[in-house]
Design a protein. Sequence first.
Length: 329
Amino acid sequence: MSGPGPGDDDERYDRDSEEIDAEDTDAAPAAGSGDALDSTAAASSDHTEDGATREGREGSRSAPPPAASSTDEVTIEDDGVVRWFLKSDDGTVVAVRDVLSSIAVVALIGLILFAVSGIWPPLVAVESGSMEPNMERGDLIFITADDRFVGDDAVDGTGVVTLESGEQNGYDKFGEYGDVIVFAPNGNEFETPIIHRAHFWVEEGDDWVEMANPDYVEATNCDQIQTCPAEHDGFITKGDNNPGYDQDPLSRGAPTDVVQSEWVTGKGMFRIPWLGYVRLTFDELLAGMLIDSPTLPEGTSTGPSSVPVGLVGLASAVAVVGGRRSGHW
């Protein structure tokens, strides 16, 4: 039996070399796969970090602003009296602010009404029924100076259109021809003013009974009436619901002489139903507390007097009305 020859050694060497090369070849993919995993892990880590950064930025943008601290409150020291008064939420300050705002509104409305009417106060509250149905008790009447909004054929120097002239030219107020005027009876400013219709104009010395509508005068001639003949120029007046002229005592109208133009304080323009009751109720309550109500003699009639409405009355008219009372004859 012979031993291995030189050729056998060479074959073993070649096989060993091939096995080593095969092992190296198998190991290479493993190394490459590890690199790929490392690269994927790194990319995933970077993506996670980018997402966290974006979420942080979005969270910072959507977060609500911090609550205002107590140092933002309006104070006199920091903001001054005026701004503090206008902006303060203190209950007392808010109440005072509301009251002053209401007074300012009332004053503004009063100025506007005065500018339009030309007289003060510009409102009267009707306290009786002598002008019914054209004026009811409790109505609030807006009045103007007699030289404003003058109709056609007004009496010279007065701006008042009489019923007599209105019948000819079609001028009417409150459901009848002619102007409704507010006047002081007998020129007495301390008497409750009267609101009645001006029927016709007379001049000093006129026998106005002869000029009158016989349906509205009880006397048959001038001698039976103290106010006839007329002692001065003026208006003959009558309540729409009264049976006769105010200047005829037998007709039980307003006890007044012929109404001079100087006694006229205004003329009615339009009415607001019911709102005058606020002023009338106030007057009745006040009168009841201060003085006893007089008892009228049997057969005495009352007619439309007008109660003036000033700034206090106007305040109640804004909150619910005020008024100047008008006539009770």
